[in-house]
Design a protein around this ligand. Structure first.
Ligand SMILES: Nc1ncnc2c1ncn2[C@@H]1O[C@H](COP(=O)(O)OP(=O)(O)O)[C@@H](O)[C@H]1O
Ligand SMILES: [Mg+2]
Length: 318
């Protein structure tokens, strides 16, 4: 029987929610913020490892040419290693690019500096925003979560990541002007919804590098919560030196120091992500806009406003 494409997409999305606990269809989460140094990579590695520790089957995709996720999970620089570049640009089978990490149930698609070329080489290509989505489509049945660590930019690589994702998790450093950065990012997200990925949801906003001894951290956290409400994860990631040390040992925080505050926080975040997935599954074909918490405040879902037509995606609408 022929099923119209839209119907089959919808069924896939709905059944994905129900089948997820059976581990059959991954939720793809982009970890994104155009700003550098906010904790994207730290979150990608440690959320991935924590989800794996809960028995989930995880694929971590390093979509940043800096390759910090690749190094941080235990793969020192090696020019001979195949990376996302080989799959995206050279058409290498993805099987030959995926690496098993030392963490059980956690695989990696590595990157290195060659990936810089991909952002440029994709420019003239057909369906240039959807290359990663096509690559991941075949892998979704093997994992329960696919986490994509995004570059600190809004280039074609980042657009590929956002086009491939069900949701975006936004780490925000608890610092001065944090709120301005997020508004910009949400504008971008609205543009993404209008152009390359109408389905993308907000997985949640994650407060990182929180220092409970400073008034600034507390103030920023309070502002973000009052603005974004339930879309902010309950879990807060504290500033914790063990989190900063772990990558130079090529280890996630769970392997490096399971008793640290950082390990505790990322374990808590993984629980929250899983609980939200279960809530969504329970709600069936609920709104694609579900945020970190139960409800989604109007603020973050509101129209992007006057900036909407700006540069974001080179526009093959979906
Ligand atoms: N919670 C934290 N506590 C202490 N240091 C952190 C924490 N999160 C990240 N860092 C450190 O801050 C720097 C930037 O973090 P990173 O995850 O690489 O950010 P991004 O990927 O957004 O550029 C890194 O040196 C990292 O080790
Ligand atoms: Mg990074």
């Amino acid at each position: 029987m022929l099923v119209p494409r839209e119907t089959s997409c919808l069924l896939e999305r709905i059944s994905g929610r129900f089948r997820k606990s059976g581990g059959l269809l991954a939720r793809v989460i982009a970890i994104a913020n155009q700003k550098g140094g906010v904790g994207k990579t730290t979150t990608a590695i440690n959320l991935a490892a924590s989800l794996a520790a809960f028995g989930e089957k995880i694929l971590l995709v390093d979509c940043d040419p800096q390759g910090n996720t690749t190094g941080g999970i235990g793969f020192p620089k090696d020019p001979a290693r195949r990376t996302l570049y080989h799959a995206l640009i050279l058409g290498e089978p993805i099987e030959r690019v995926i690496q098993q990490t030392q963490v059980g149930r956690l695989d990696l698609i590595p990157s290195d500096k060659n990936l810089v070329g991909a952002a440029i080489e994709l420019v003239g290509a057909e369906s240039r925003e959807y290359r990663l989505r096509e690559l991941l489509a075949a892998l979704r049945e093997r994992y329960t979560y696919i986490l994509i660590d995004c570059p600190p930019a809004l280039d074609l690589l980042a657009l590929n990541a956002l086009a491939a994702s069900d949701s975006v998790l936004v780490p925000i450093q608890c610092e001065y002007l944090a709120l301005e950065g997020v508004s910009e990012l949400l504008d971008t997200l609205m543009r993404i919804r209008r152009t390359i990925n109408s389905q993308i949801a907000i997985e949640g906003i994650l407060l990182t590098m929180y220092d409970d001894r400073t008034i600034l951290s507390k103030q920023v956290a309070a502002d973000l919560r009052s603005f974004f409400g339930a879309q902010v994860f309950t879990t807060v990631i504290p500033r914790n030196v063990r989190l900063a040390e772990a990558p130079s040992h090529g280890k996630s925080i769970l392997e490096y120091d399971i008793h640290s505050k950082g390990a505790e926080a990322y374990t808590q975040l993984a629980k929250e992500v899983i609980a939200n997935a279960e809530k969504r599954a329970g709600a069936g074909a609920g709104s694609a806009d579900s945020g970190a918490g139960a409800g989604s405040p109007a603020s973050a879902d509101a129209d992007a406003g006057p900036n909407e037509r700006a540069d974001a995606a080179g526009g093959s609408g979906s």
